[in-house]
Write a protein that binds this ligand. Structure first.
Ligand code: ATP
Ligand code: MG
Length: 221
């Protein structure tokens, strides 16, 4: 059974002056235990697709099913808190919390005990090679690549079965990006999560089980 299935999904950004068709009739099935890569030119619709899968926006046409239940029937706040964790293109860290507190935050939201949340946050931050000293800093006191690793650690710490990552290796050197891809692969294979990775990096994409190529809002086959 698919964890996520999208059926004939289209999405349009609308404002007073114009309508932009960002996705046009996309259908696909995503399964647990697999790593997916979404590739395509800038503006092709990759982030839009991720936002829909994350429950941050709702298709203009078509539908998305989560374990065979239409997303429109779900409480999307709950879906985002418990089932889908997003690593954003611009990291989205809380500026007034330290790196460690950023990772602890979603765990505390789920009522995890503070000591346990702190321990889990430290463990995940160490796994992306952020030192104990840097874990105490605010995002603004970290480099772009370090902030990105904090965002990744936050997704690792969550127990969400769906991990959505928008260019998670965008600001990283090749060594670090290899590590991140390996971590994402482990999440898919060892922890049986569904990992969906948007990337411009062909080497990263080639490691995925399936590649979705988006062109002008359509899925190329
Ligand atoms: N808020 C918005 N309002 C109007 N149009 C938008 C908005 N956000 C994105 N778009 C348009 O929708 C299309 C798809 O954008 P999207 O962000 O999904 O592309 P992308 O594939 O993620 O690109 P990139 O690789 O540059 O991140 C583009 O034409 C973009 O200009
Ligand atoms: Mg994008």
């Amino acid at each position: 059974m698919s964890v996520l299935s999208i059926k004939e999904v289209s999405y349009q950004y609308k404002n007073k002056y114009q309508t932009v068709s960002a996705l046009d009739g996309i259908s696909y099935e995503f399964n647990l235990g697999k790593l997916y890569a979404v590739i395509g030119k800038s503006g092709s619709g990759k982030t839009t697709l991720l936002s829909l899968l994350a429950g941050l926006s709702v298709p203009t046409k078509g539908k998305i099913l989560f374990h065979e239940t239409a997303m429109t029937e779900l409480n999307l706040d709950e879906y985002r808190r418990d089932h889908a964790s997003v690593i954003y293109q611009n990291f989205n860290l809380f500026p007034l919390l330290t790196a460690k507190e950023n990772v602890m935050y979603p765990l505390l939201l789920k009522k995890m005990e503070k000591t346990k949340a702190r321990q889990q946050a430290e463990e995940k931050l160490c796994s992306v090679e952020l030192t104990k000293e840097k874990q105490k800093r605010m995002p603004a006191q970290l480099s772009g690549g370090e902030q990105q690793r904090v965002a990744i650690a936050r997704a690792l710490a969550s127990e969400a079965e769906i991990i959505l990552a928008d260019e998670p290796t965008g600001n990283l050197d090749s060594e670090n990006s290899k590590n991140i891809i390996n971590i994402l692969k482990e999440l898919a294979y060892k922890e049986k999560r569904c990992v969906i990775l948007v990337t411009h990096d062909n080497k990263a994409a080639s490691q995925a089980d399936s590649i979705l190529h988006i062109k002008d809002g359509k899925l190329e086959v």
